[in-house]
Design a protein around this ligand. Structure first.
Ligand SMILES: [Zn+2]
Length: 248
């Protein structure tokens, strides 16, 4: 059985990949993997792995190497979780069985290796939840984005009023070039150790996009570091920003 990186089953049929939409008894209704992002309406029904009905039409061409690539990926994920083979070996094994078409449709090998490393790290070393703010160490895995860009921009260090600021260079640039910013604080999604997630949004190409995420230890952003940070932001933005709104 082929699986997505997250372990969900994939079904391949005539150059299209499907994920499960509904299951009832032995019957599975699959929808095209492009259903969400590409709004593709291609579906099919299977019973015990046998295709019994095709429904709807795809809004894109089939790619006949998708199946073998998904299979190679599944194998690499499995090897990353279950063996101690090196990342290099795992990727080499996965790639070795692919046709030229399959290899051509792979993301670059560095990306593939990073994916394998991430899966391995997550699987073999699930990080324990930290119990206090002043002593936890942030795993290097979480200070970079998937594209290996710096994401943790500021860490006030091992103190009780610890503050973390996440953003990418690109997001900071958007912030710098933006004419409008919005500030917002939420308490809903915050890990137990923190009280508030503060976000700075910026208007970019007519969309409001998040640019900076700040994890604050206190309910009120009274920490002097955060105020310094905000005034720094404002200093840079002063020339351009016409409107700053606090949604809180
Ligand atoms: Zn489709």
């Amino acid at each position: 059985m082929m699986e997505t990186i997250k372990g969900k089953p994939i079904f391949e049929h005539q150059g299209y990949l499907y994920i499960i939409n509904k299951e009832s008894g032995d019957k599975i209704i699959w929808c095209c993997r492009n259903y969400r992002h590409g709004q593709c309406r291609g579906r099919l029904h299977t019973i015990n792995g046998q295709v019994i009905q095709l429904v709807g039409t795809h809004n894109h061409e089939p790619i006949h190497s998708l199946g073998e690539v998904a299979e190679a990926r599944t194998q690499m994920v499995h090897l990353a979780k279950k063996t101690i083979n090196t990342t290099h070996d795992i990727v080499a094994t996965g790639v070795s069985k692919l046709s030229d078409h399959g290899i051509a449709s792979l993301p670059n090998l560095q990306n593939l290796k990073r994916t394998v490393q991430r899966i391995r790290q997550k699987h073999q070393n699930p990080l324990p939840l930290p119990t206090n703010r002043d002593s936890f160490v942030i795993d290097p895995l979480y200070i970079k984005t998937n594209r290996d860009r710096t994401f943790l921009q500021f860490d006030s260090g091992p103190i009780d009023q610890r503050m973390l600021i996440f953003s990418t260079k690109k997001q900071l640039k958007m912030l710098k070039n933006g004419n409008h910013i919005y500030l917002d604080g939420t308490f809903d999604v915050v890990p137990e150790l923190y009280f508030q997630l503060y976000t700075i949004h910026v208007v970019y190409l007519n969309h409001i996009l998040p640019a900076v995420y700040v994890l604050l230890p206190g309910k009120y952003f009274a920490t002097s570091i955060f105020q310094t940070f905000l005034s720094l932001c404002l200093y840079f933005l002063r020339q351009k920003t016409k409107f700053i709104q606090n949604i809180v």
